[in-house]
Design a protein around this ligand. Structure first.
Ligand SMILES: NC(=O)c1ccc[n+]([C@@H]2O[C@H](COP(=O)([O-])OP(=O)(O)OC[C@H]3O[C@@H](n4cnc5c(N)ncnc54)[C@H](OP(=O)(O)O)[C@@H]3O)[C@@H](O)[C@H]2O)c1
Length: 268
């Protein structure tokens, strides 16, 4: 499906989780294409360093450190963005965490953290920026989601719940925004060569053997797909094609797909 695309030159783009991985690559790519990139993550030093690098290649970027698991910090971030930059033209909800754990192995505080990000942060940031985006009558909200939002795997229960919630938010928001000029894009890459699995130890080993047939993509490839989806107004990007094939298979043959995920996934 397609909506109205947004040209990137001169646009203000807010990217969460922009200190490394998919978010950083996206901020760099969009800044290279002429956007003003607002980089959000907790690590202030890492953000400053990345802003310097983007500036050194002639791009425009601003570091906005914030912990998006903290409601007060989200409010402060939103107030600062609206005051200093106005509502973003493009909001990329990318920051996400979560180890892959069975539900009853997950400490409650950690469970709350993996629901707070990506789902809660995307929900609250989008809500806060929507009035300005709607008033402008153009723009795009991008959700970076996981294959687990389509194809659940064993032993990643809180992670899957947060990604399914993000998928629900995306679908509902897309309906609400129909005809407003503001579009919603969901980008679902396969495994990405970021530090996600180092940052969330124990997850990588839980990728079911059957899913290892899907080649790993780089953060830069994800960033390029995000940029293209925004420019062309694409609603959904699932890639690489091997993941798309699994995703279609999951819809056509749900019993077989969940059997394979269970048979080749983690057990206890
Ligand atoms: N890697 C994969 O294979 C893959 C595949 C498909 C989808 N995804 C999804 O894509 C998203 C991004 O993944 P990634 O691979 O780029 O992860 P990553 O390399 O671990 O980067 C995560 C980013 O989120 C930021 N972040 C973490 N907690 C935060 C918080 N409380 N407040 C603000 N920022 C926070 C981190 O910076 P700070 O630590 O400085 O805050 C970092 O910039 C995740 O939701 C992931 O599930 C990943």
């Amino acid at each position: 499906m397609r909506g109205t695309g947004v040209g990137l030159t001169g646009r203000t783009v807010l990217v969460t989780g922009a200190s490394q991985g998919i978010g950083l690559a996206t901020a760099r790519t969009l800044a290279r294409r002429g956007s003003v990139a607002l980089l959000v993550a907790r690590g202030a030093e890492a953000l400053d360093e990345q802003v310097e690098r983007i500036t050194a290649i002639g791009g425009r970027a601003v570091a906005l450190p914030a912990d998006l698991a903290d409601a007060d910090q989200i409010d402060a971030l939103v107030a600062r963005v609206l005051r200093e930059h106005g509502p973003p033209d493009v909001l990329v909800n990318n920051a996400g965490v979560g180890r892959w754990l069975f539900l009853d192995d997950t400490p409650p505080a950690e469970l709350a953290g993996m629901i707070a990000l990506p789902f809660g942060a995307a929900l609250h940031l989008t809500r806060a920026f929507l009035p300005g985006m709607r008033a402008r009558g153009s723009g795009r909200v991008v959700m970076v989601n996981s294959p687990v939002s389509r194809l659940p795997i064993p032993g990643a229960t809180g992670y899957a719940a947060s990604r399914y919630a993000l998928r629900g938010l995306t679908a509902a928001l897309r309906l609400d925004l129909r005809g407003t000029g503001v579009g919603v894009t969901e980008v679902i890459p396969g495994k990405v060569s970021s530090r996600y699995f180092a940052n969330n130890p124990g997850a990588e080993e839980r990728i079911p053997v059957v899913a290892r047939l899907i080649p790993t993509v780089s953060p830069e490839q994800v960033a390029a797909r995000i940029a293209r989806a925004v420019e062309r107004g694409r609603d959904e990007v699932v890639f690489p094609w091997q993941l798309r094939a699994f995703e279609v298979g999951g819809r056509l043959f749900p019993g077989l797909t969940s059997y394979l995920a269970w048979r080749t996934g983690t057990r206890r």
